[in-house]
Design a protein around this ligand. Structure first.
Ligand code: MN
Length: 239
């Protein structure tokens, strides 16, 4: 059986000696492979035609975690607690996700990925959650695969059909979706009201999650199932 090809957007890492590397955490690669997909890395490029060609070789798109998104892209000036930004990567992923949505390619946004999706389609994010009163701890002090907070999941959502009404997830973010982009619905949140998932029902699979399912996929069957559902959607697209 031909497995679906899953493009994973890459980060740009700067090493201590100043050298730059295109990189994807191996957890994405392992989780996609385990769930039945063939992972390929999509390095940051900025030529629009070449980005369109990157999309032609994939059946599903994962927008991976990483740096903060440039607030100029949602009409704000940088706040004091904004982290490192990489406008080249923002450009690459915004082009990718808009074109993938038009082409009805299944999309899974993870951590930065949910924020990037929301911004690409006209929403905003909190630049730092300390600006929001009453928030729980969303930057956990525990290993990557340890779930630390509960999420409630919206009834009649695609996420609920995969995970059920509640889940416990890991949390490695200091930002979160603020105003939700038109066409999207909030489908998971924490008790403090922070948005943990959005989805767009115009595509077969177009979900953003604020946690890192790929880090939990080897130890939490529900998170493996989330990746399996995404890869099934990519398979039906490629069939
Ligand atoms: Mn969280």
């Amino acid at each position: 059986m031909i497995k679906p090809v899953i493009g994973i957007s890459a980060n740009i890492l700067t090493l201590d000696n100043g050298a730059e590397r295109a990189a994807v955490s191996t957890e994405y690669i392992k989780a996609v492979s385990q769930a039945g997909g063939v992972p390929v890395m999509l390095p940051v490029i900025t030529d629009q035609e070449s980005i369109q060609q990157q999309l032609k070789i994939i059946d599903g798109l994962i927008l991976s975690g990483g740096y903060d998104v440039d607030p100029l892209l949602f009409g704000e000036q940088p706040a004091e607690k904004l982290g490192y930004v990489c406008p080249e990567r923002d450009f690459h992923e915004i082009e990718l996700v808009r074109a993938a949505a038009l082409a009805q390619i299944p999309i899974l946004g993870i951590c930065r990925g949910i924020q990037l999706i929301n911004i690409a389609f006209g929403g905003t994010i909190y630049q730092d959650l300390s600006d929001v009163p009453g928030v729980i701890k969303h930057m956990q002090n525990a290993k990557n695969n340890i779930p630390t907070h509960t999420i409630e999941i919206a009834e009649n959502s695609q996420l609920a059909s995969i995970l059920g009404p509640k889940a416990i997830v890991n949390s490695f973010h200091h930002q979160a979706v603020k105003n939700v982009a038109p066409g999207f619905r909030v489908t998971a949140w924490t008790a403090d009201g922070v948005i943990e998932a959005i989805e767009n029902s115009e595509s077969e699979f177009f979900i953003g999650v604020q946690w890192h399912p790929e880090m939990m996929a080897a130890t939490q069957p529900a998170m493996h199932n989330l990746l399996v559902s995404f890869i099934h959607a990519a398979l039906s697209k490629n069939a």
